[in-house]
Design a protein around this ligand. Structure first.
Ligand SMILES: Cc1cc2nc3c(=O)[nH]c(=O)nc-3n(C[C@H](O)[C@H](O)[C@H](O)COP(=O)(O)OP(=O)(O)OC[C@H]3O[C@@H](n4cnc5c(N)ncnc54)[C@H](O)[C@@H]3O)c2cc1C
Length: 449
């Protein structure tokens, strides 16, 4: 089949993968979305109980809305906040349904390479299409030939471990029955019973940690004895709780304020500068031990909310250009590096920043950020608009940036999202590189801290 007639494989039917498909169709290109789960937004559905801090107006992609229009789909009130479940049911699934057989479920991508060329071989490489290896739910293996590949498989399945060095803490794996890597759904009676009247260590200082602290504080008002021990790798400073009322996304600011209220009300006790090295059993309970030998009081449960990392295992035969720190595309990494951008503010970017030495392959969405926090869906939508334009040969549209992102309102400590190591930002500046500021017409406030 001539290369131009091959599909463009999109890995993942999450918000960004589906948006990519919509943009490709808008450009007259042929997408094929491969989704490991049984439904659209399979990862989002796993946090269906969490309310987004973005409104409906901020989490619907324009090309997707255009694709949905003929189906009679009506966007929910743009000013209201969906839960993950709402996002999946009321938007992602209808969008996937509108894409019809262009979305294949229970199809897990296990490998991507250049057809007939392993990573080492130069000869004829650029002319070869991609081969995408998949496994279906019934264990069948298949090869799909693709013109280009957009990997929007997210990072949900690869949370960071508890260990302060990025590896599992000693004893972490054997204590798995008491450790959760997600915000608990306390509406579920079984989950609620696990935390009610008990002590829970919450590790992390991003949005998920804030959400867990707020949920446990709420539970504490109904179930006496419920208490959270909040473990932070850094100290508590001006930016720890996010931008609060200065955040241009008010609900995102409110998450930090809710966590602060939990501490102030005595429902949570903070332990700072604590880098977990080991998890020890104390009878029925767990004790976390830091690398400086400090130990927590025994806790019943641990919630690890220390961020995510990309699964690159199925991309090893491709020539990717990834930043050594963040595992994000090389040109994107400096724009999102939490070591530098202490405000946690994100900057829009497109195909140019997402390109690799291997032409025609892109990481998009949450996965494109590697280990960096602060990804926003609207960033991913802009990425996919630009990638689709580039694949359609429209360089001018690919290079144009059509998005201005909201500022976090915090500086001197990123404090947002699920920080790998609370970003460790040490007074870095929130300014985007000068060239990019010009590109997006960023507000003056982003020009310095
Ligand atoms: C709790 C939480 C709250 C958030 N709230 C907000 C918010 O309010 N506003 C905002 O802008 N952003 C928010 N985000 C960040 C981000 O927008 C979401 O994580 C969003 O879901 C990212 O979309 P994605 O498509 O990149 O990845 P995902 O939603 O993770 O989708 C990836 C898809 O790929 C599939 N997949 C994975 N591996 C494979 C494979 N090998 N083969 C085939 N399919 C595969 C998965 O099953 C999944 O369906 C939040 C994130 C979390 C975790």
């Amino acid at each position: 089949m001539p290369a131009a007639e091959l599909p463009i494989v999109v890995i993942g039917a999450g918000p960004i993968g589906l948006a990519a498909a919509a943009h490709l169709i808008d450009r007259g290109l042929e997408p094929l979305v491969l989704e490991a789960g049984p439904a659209a937004g399979s990862a989002v559905r796993e946090w269906s109980h969490v309310r987004l801090f973005s409104t409906w107006g901020e989490v619907v992609d324009p090309a997707a809305e255009k694709l949905l229009a003929p189906t009679g789909w009506v966007r929910p009130d743009a000013a209201t906040y969906p839960t993950g479940g709402d996002w999946a049911e009321l938007y992602l699934q209808p969008l996937a349904d509108a894409l019809g057989d262009k979305v294949r479920y229970t199809t897990t991508v296990t490998g991507v390479a250049k057809a007939g060329r392993d990573r080492v071989v130069d000869s004829g490489r650029d002319e070869q299409p991609f081969t995408v290896h998949v496994r279906t739910a019934d264990g069948r293996e298949e090869r799909i030939t693709a013109r280009a590949v957009i990997d929007a498989s997210g990072t949900w399945t690869t949370p960071n471990p508890l260990g302060g060095d990025g590896l599992p803490a000693l004893g972490e794996k054997s204590a798995a029955d008491r450790i959760s890597y997600r915000v608990p759904d306390l509406r579920d009676p079984a989950v609620r019973a696990r935390y009610a009247g008990r002590r829970t260590a919450v590790v992390g200082s991003g949005a998920s940690a804030f959400t867990a602290l707020a949920a446990l504080a709420d539970l504490a008002t109904q179930e006496p004895g419920t208490h959270a021990v909040w473990i932070l790798r850094r100290g508590i400073g001006a930016g720890t709780f996010g931008g609060g009322e200065a955040d241009q996304l008010p609900a995102r600011g409110a998450l930090g304020l809710a966590a602060k209220a939990a501490v102030e009300a005595g429902h949570a006790t903070a332990i700072t500068g604590f880098r977990t090295a080991a998890v020890q059993r104390d009878g029925d309970r767990l004790v976390l031990v830091a690398d400086d030998d400090r130990a927590t009081e025994p806790v019943d449960e641990v919630i690890v909310a220390t961020g995510f990392r990309p699964d690159l295992s199925f991309l090893t035969e491709l020539r990717l250009g990834l930043d050594e720190r963040l595992q994000a595309p090389l040109a994107l990494a400096p724009l999102i590096d939490p070591n530098v951008h202490s405000c946690g503010t994100v900057y829009p970017h497109g195909e140019g920043e997402l390109s690799h030495p291997e032409q025609g392959v892109y990481l998009a969405g949450m996965k494109s950020y590697g280990r960096a926090p602060t990804f926003l869906a609207m960033t991913g939508y802009e990425q996919t608009r630009s990638i689709a334009a580039a694949l359609a040969g429209d360089r001018e549209a690919a290079e144009r940036v059509e998005l201005v992102l909201p500022e976090t309102g915090v500086c001197g400590g990123s404090g947002l999202f699920d920080q790998p190591d609370a970003a460790q930002a040490s007074g870095g500046c929130c300014a985007a590189p000068a060239t990019l500021q010009i590109g997006i017409g960023a507000p003056a406030s982003s020009g310095g801290c």
